[in-house]
Write a protein that binds this ligand. Structure first.
Ligand SMILES: Nc1ncnc2c1ncn2[C@@H]1O[C@H](COP(=O)(O)OP(=O)(O)OP(=O)(O)O)[C@@H](O)[C@H]1O
Ligand SMILES: [Mg+2]
Length: 275
């Protein structure tokens, strides 16, 4: 086991997304996972049936306790929910996780359509959390909200990524899973330029938690000392394997197989899945 990741986000009782996906992913990739839970959701593959928010002070206590004793080589944030939680998490990271790589997955809406972030939290995210981030991983609808324009083409993805780089974050991975077409295009943008990462789309309804899985896989790689690009490449390969080998559970958008190829990845690093 190498690398410690603190995942800050919501619990998914269905086990497919949120801190459950984070923990499975980080473990499968050979790193150690600690968590600070921001909200407890009652959730299945059909949707979110209830949300119980954790008070900001108690989110803070979970995170600082884990950071002080276990420590972290990378932090990943997911569902934060409200402006107060965003501010709390930003403040505690600025105090207790200085210099630790931070992957921010700006979770706004669940795959089933439930809103997971209040509207006023978006400006708090831009103002206080993004300046601390090493990488921002929006999907297309989230990038539209953050950049303020519609995205229907790869060119518009590029414009949005450029706009997001002006928010104080050094790298953006804009995920193209929501755009139609036989190829899924993710865009990794940094001040040094843009890389298009393309994969054939897997025809499946089992994509619950792909975003959480991808972001925590990247955080695991950063915690293990990988360069950003290498961590992103391994994470994408891991997500593809986990989608391809999904167990087919539930009547809606089912979870991934977080054990897919994971043991092999943990044993031998990037080589096996990055092909
Ligand atoms: N059908 C698919 N086939 C192959 N790759 C996919 C597919 N759907 C998503 N991905 C990949 O999964 C990763 C997550 O992308 P996606 O756009 O689904 O994120 P997301 O919308 O944040 O997910 P979530 O709804 O879980 O938050 C990306 O690397 C994307 O390319
Ligand atoms: Mg997402």
């Amino acid at each position: 086991m190498r690398g410690r990741v603190l995942a800050i986000g919501g619990s998914d009782s269905g086990g497919g997304a949120g801190v459950q996906a984070d923990t499975k992913t980080i473990t499968a990739l050979g790193a150690y996972a600690a968590t600070a839970i921001t909200a407890v959701t009652a959730q299945d593959t059909l949707g979110v049936h209830g949300i119980l928010s954790v008070p900001p002070d108690f989110i803070r206590l979970q995170a600082v306790t884990a950071l002080a004793d276990i420590g972290a080589d990378a932090v990943k944030t997911g569902m934060l929910g409200s402006a107060a939680v965003v501010e709390t998490v930003a403040a505690l990271l600025a105090e207790s996780a200085v210099g630790v790589p931070l992957v921010v997955d700006p979770v706004m809406v669940a795959k089933g359509g439930a809103r997971l972030m209040a509207e006023d939290a978006v400006s708090a995210l831009k103002r206080s959390l993004l300046p601390l981030a090493s990488l921002l991983t929006p999907n297309v609808p989230e990038a539209e909200v953050l950049a303020g324009h519609a995205i229907t083409t790869v060119d518009e993805m590029r414009h949005a990524a450029d706009a997001l780089l002006t928010l104080g974050v050094p790298a953006v991975l804009l995920k193209g899973g929501h755009l139609p077409g036989p190829t899924v295009v993710d865009m990794l943008a940094t001040v040094n330029g843009v890389a298009l990462l393309e994969r054939p789309r897997i025809e499946t309804r089992h994509t619950h938690g792909t975003g959480c899985t991808l972001a925590s896989a990247i955080a695991a790689g950063l915690a293990q000392g990988m360069e950003l690009r290498e961590a992103v490449v391994r994470a994408r390969a891991y997500v593809q394997a986990a989608i391809a080998e999904a167990p087919g559970l539930g009547r809606g958008q089912g979870p991934l197989n977080h054990a897919a190829g994971g043991h092999a990845v943990a044993q031998s690093g990037t080589a096996i899945l990055a092909k």
